[in-house]
Design a protein around this ligand. Structure first.
Ligand code: NAD
Length: 495
C-alpha cells in the first residue's frame, strides 16, 4: 500500500479529540501538523498515538498505508497553510472557536476544508463573520476518534454541496462514516440524544435511586449491547415481535405519559451532587488509571467491532468497506504462460497486527486463512467467479493437511505458492506452501483435496469445461515438478 502523496492534515487543539483525529490521519499515511499551545501537548498526543497504534491496525484485514509524519508547529499559520483539511478541536467555547477559526481562515486558501469537532455549536454559529463560510462545517467525532467511525457532518446552509461531498469523501478515506445532519440544531443528533440519557442518569444519582456503577451496569449488561449493533428503532421494531413497530408503539406509547422519566428537567449540579457523582465514580473505577481504562476500552471496542465486521453489520460493514477502499479487489485471470519450473506464486501479503497471538507470532488459524485465500485466488483464476457459483456450483474443500514449520512476526512479508498435483473434472488435489518474503524460509504447507459440487443437486458432479481445462493446464505444467516430501504424509510424520 503506497502512501497517499501530499496529504496534509492540520489539527488545531491536540487534546483528547484533536489527538484522536491526529492519530487517525497519521495511521492513514497523512502528514499531520499540530498546533496546541499547551506545553504537555506532545506528551499527551504521544500517549493517544500509542493507544491508536495498538488498536486501529487490528481492525484492518488489509495492509494500512505507512504511517505519516507528525509535526508540532508553533503557530496556527505554520500548521494550516499547506493543509487540505484543518480540524479545529479547541475547547467548547464559542469565542475561542471564533478566534481560532478566523486565524485558520487568514492562513489558508479558500479551497481548504475546515471541520470543527464542536459537540454542540451549530455551523451557522461557527461561520459568523467568516470570510469563506462555504468551507466551514461541523465534523463531530466520537471518542476514541481513531476507532469509532461516526463523524456527524453538519454543513448548515452556507456550505456548498461540492464541499460537503469533498468532506464526506475525505472522511471515508480515513475510515470514517460521515452522517449528514441535514438540519442544524444545537448538539446535532447524537449529543442531543446522549444529553437526554445523561440527564436521566443525573436524576437517578441525585435521587439516590442508583449509583454511577449501577447505571453503567444497566447499560453495558443489557441495552447498550443492543444499541451497539442495531441502534434504537430497529431494536424496538424487534421488541414489537411479528407485529412490528406499530404494535410496539401501541404497547409502550402510553408509558410516555406515565412518570417514567424526568423529561426535560435537569437536576442542579450543586457541589453536593458533583461530589456525590465524583466519589461514586472514584469507588467504581478509581483503582485504574485513565490510561489503563483507555486501553481496556480500546481492546473491548476492537473486539466488538471485529465481531460486527465478521457479520458485515453496522459499524463492521463500514470496516469492510474501508478494507476494500484500502486494497481494491483484483481481477484474477489465467496467466498466458504457466511456469513449469516452479509452483505458482499467488499471494503476497504482510502479516497484519490482527493476526498476532499472545506469543507475538502469527496465530494458527491465520495460516489456514492464508491457504484458504490462496485457494480462492486459484479458483477465481481458473474461472470460478460469483456468476459460476450462483448458476453452476463450486469446488468444495473435503480434506486438508497442514504442517506448521516456522514462526513469523508482525509486519513481515509472506507469500504463498500453489502446485496442482492432480486435476480431473470432479476432483483436484493441490499442495500449498507459505514462505517468508525476506529469506524464502518455509513457514507452513497445506495439502488439500477439492470436489466439484453442483449448486442445485448438492452432489459431486463435473465442473464446467473452462474450469476443468484451466485446472488441467496448470496440473500438466506442474507435472514435471518434484512431489513435495509432505505430500501424502500422515499426521505426525516429519520425514
Ligand atoms: N471529549 C469528548 O468526548 C468530545 C467528543 C466529541 C467532540 N468534542 C469536542 O472537541 C473539542 C475539543 O474537546 P476535547 O475533549 O479534546 O478538549 P481538551 O481539553 O482535551 O482539548 C482541547 C485542547 O485545545 C487546546 N487549546 C486551547 N486553546 C487553544 C488555541 N487557541 N489554539 C489551539 N489549541 C488550543 C488545549 O491546550 C487542549 O489541549 C470540543 O469542541 C468538544 O466539544 C469532545
Amino acid at each position: 500500500m503506497s502512501r497517499p502523496s501530499g496529504r496534509v492534515a492540520a489539527i488545531v487543539g491536540g487534546g483528547v479529540i484533536g489527538g484522536g483525529w491526529a492519530a487517525r490521519f497519521l495511521l492513514h499515511g497523512w502528514r499531520v501538523q499540530v498546533f496546541d499551545p499547551h506545553p504537555d501537548a506532545p506528551k499527551h498526543l504521544g500517549a493517544v498515538l500509542a493507544n491508536a497504534r495498538a488498536s486501529l491496525p487490528a481492525l484492518a484485514d488489509v495492509p494500512m498505508p505507512p504511517e505519516g509524519e507528525l509535526v508540532f508547529c508553533d503557530s496556527i499559520a505554520a500548521a494550516v497553510s499547506d493543509a487540505q483539511w484543518v480540524q479545529e478541536s479547541v475547547p467548547e467555547d464559542l469565542s475561542i472557536k471564533h478566534k481560532v477559526l478566523a486565524e485558520i481562515e487568514a492562513h489558508t486558501p479558500a479551497a481548504t476544508l475546515i471541520g470543527s469537532s464542536t459537540s454542540g455549536f451549530k455551523p451557522g454559529e461557527l461561520q459568523q463573520n467568516a470570510r469563506h463560510p462555504e468551507r466551514i462545517f461541523v465534523a463531530h467525532p466520537f471518542n476514541p476518534v481513531y476507532l469509532l467511525p461516526l463523524a456527524e457532518l453538519v454543513p448548515g446552509d452556507a456550505v456548498t454541496a461540492k464541499n460537503r461531498e469533498r468532506a464526506s469523501e475525505l472522511l471515508r478515506s480515513i475510515g470514517m462514516q460521515p452522517l449528514h445532519v441535514r438540519t442544524e440544531i444545537d448538539a446535532h443528533i447524537a449529543d442531543r440524544f446522549l444529553e437526554a440519557v445523561w440527564r436521566e442518569a443525573l436524576w437517578l444519582v441525585n435521587d439516590n435511586v442508583a449509583t454511577t456503577e449501577e447505571i453503567d451496569n444497566a447499560i453495558r449488561y443489557g441495552f447498550g449491547l443492543r444499541w451497539a449493533q442495531m441502534g434504537l428503532f430497529e431494536t424496538y421494531r424487534l421488541a414489537g415481535g411479528e407485529a412490528g413497530m406499530k404494535h410496539f408503539i401501541a404497547q409502550f406509547g402510553p408509558c410516555l405519559s406515565w412518570p417514567w422519566t424526568k423529561l426535560t428537567d435537569v437536576p442542579e449540579l450543586t457541589d453536593e451532587l458533583v461530589d456525590k457523582i465524583a466519589s461514586q465514580s472514584d469507588a467504581q473505577s478509581g483503582s485504574r488509571t485513565i490510561r489503563e481504562l483507555e486501553r481496556i476500552r480500546d481492546r473491548n471496542l476492537v473486539g466488538i467491532l471485529r465481531a460486527l465486521k465478521e457479520r458485515d453489520w453496522g459499524a463492521g460493514a463500514i470496516l469492510r468497506e474501508h478494507d476494500r477502499r484500502l486494497a481494491p479487489a483484483q481481477i484474477h485471470e489465467m496467466p498466458e504462460r504457466i511456469d513449469s519450473t516452479a509452483p505458482m506464486r499467488l499471494l503476497d501479503l504482510t502479516v497484519l497486527p490482527a493476526w498476532i497471538d499472545y506469543n507475538g507470532h502469527m496465530t494458527e488459524f491465520r495460516y489456514v486463512q492464508v491457504f484458504s485465500d490462496t485457494c480462492d485466488k486459484m479458483l477465481a483464476m481458473i474461472g470460478m467467479d460469483a456468476d459460476y457459483v450462483k448458476s453452476t456450483g463450486g469446488w468444495y474443500t473435503v480434506e486438508t493437511h497442514n504442517t506448521l514449520v516456522s514462526e513469523i512476526g508482525v509486519d513481515e512479508r509472506i507469500y504463498s505458492t500453489v502446485q496442482v498435483l492432480d486435476a480431473s473434472d470432479r476432483k483436484m488435489r493441490v499442495f500449498y506452501c507459505l514462505h517468508a518474503g525476506a529469506d524464502d524460509r518455509l513457514l507452513a504447507t497445506c495439502e488439500a483435496m477439492y470436489l466439484h459440487v453442483g449448486r442445485e443437486s448438492g452432489r459431486v458432479c463435473p465442473a464446467g469445461e473452462t474450469l476443468v481445462a484451466n485446472a488441467r493446464a496448470i496440473a500438466e505444467a506442474h507435472a514435471g515438478l518434484s512431489v513435495p516430501d509432505a505430500v501424502g504424509r500422515f499426521v505426525g510424520q516429519r520425514d
